[in-house]
Design a protein around this ligand. Structure first.
Ligand SMILES: O=S(=O)(CCO)c1ccc(-c2ccc(C3CCCC3)c([C@H]3C[C@H]3c3ccccn3)c2)cc1
Length: 240
């Protein structure tokens, strides 16, 4: 895949997104406000507008027991599971499988009244990251989704308004080895998840409507997605 024309963009974007995801909400600039909390899940947003459009960056942190960073990223990245957990998805096309860890998608999302329907065209890349703290724990895993232009899917030609998104899912597996020295089971693992996203709605939509939609959809999405991964992995061997 390193020969693909998108490769330099992918390398650059993954590096920048992962370093930002690693920053705590306190560190990466003021302005993060907690807007949703549910158990271990905390969701922050910054109120930002670009050309009068709400593009509020979102940062969610969550700790989920019994699953690994690989399992979370694998179910987020792989197209075959997406209709199971992405409730706002109307249609998904795998435009090109660039390599086993890099896929080009075109997706149409269900219309959210009164905004017009949206579609997105983006590359998605999944990667294991060496743990820079060199702790003995398992490595980090990430998936980065980044909008890109595709001639075969020109923006704003059909019924859909094109959204522009940058998404980073960064996962760290935490292992608490059993005292008796026995094998590690799912009771001994958890996954620290950081989900960052910036979605430019692409065309005008009332700020109040968008903020209400984001406030409703993001917590629902992360809770549903993590519950889905737990359900798909609970009786299976652990994959780190
Ligand atoms: O993490 S992903 O890559 C998962 C792959 O599917 C992702 C996440 C979110 C989006 C998306 C696209 C459009 C919208 C809006 C913009 C104006 C009207 C629709 C929203 C807002 C509505 C929010 C939202 C948040 C979470 C899930 C769905 N909906 C989100 C797309 C991809």
């Amino acid at each position: 895949a390193s020969s693909h024309p998108l490769w330099p963009d992918i390398e650059r974007k993954v590096a920048s997104q992962v370093s930002m995801a690693k920053l705590g909400v306190g560190e990466c600039g003021a302005g993060w406000q907690l807007f949703a909390e549910d158990g271990e899940m905390k969701m922050y947003r910054r109120e930002e507008e670009v050309d009068g459009l709400v593009v509020d960056p979102l940062k969610a942190v969550h700790v989920v027991k019994g699953i690994t960073g690989f399992e979370v990223c694998h179910h987020f990245f792989s197209p075959q599971y997406r209709y199971d957990w992405e409730t706002t998805l109307e249609h998904m096309v795998v435009v090109e499988t660039i390599s086993e860890d890099t896929i080009l998608f075109q997706q149409t999302h269900k219309r959210i009244w009164p905004a017009s329907q949206r579609d997105a065209v983006f590359w998605s890349h999944m990667r294991r990251l060496p743990d820079d703290q060199d702790r003995e724990g398992p490595d980090l895993w990430t998936v980065v989704n980044q909008s890109t232009e595709l001639p075969q899917y020109p923006a704003n030609t059909g019924k859909c308004v094109r959204v522009y998104l940058t998404v980073c899912l960064l996962c760290q597996t935490l292992v608490n080895p059993p005292k008796n020295g026995g094998p590690v089971t799912r009771d001994d693992i958890s996954c620290k998840i950081t989900y960052c996203s910036v979605v430019n709605p692409g065309g005008w939509a009332p700020a109040s409507v968008l903020r209400a939609v984001y406030k409703r959809e993001y917590p629902k999405f992360l809770k549903r997605f993590t519950a889905y991964v737990m359900s798909k992995t609970k009786d299976k061997p652990i994959r780190f």
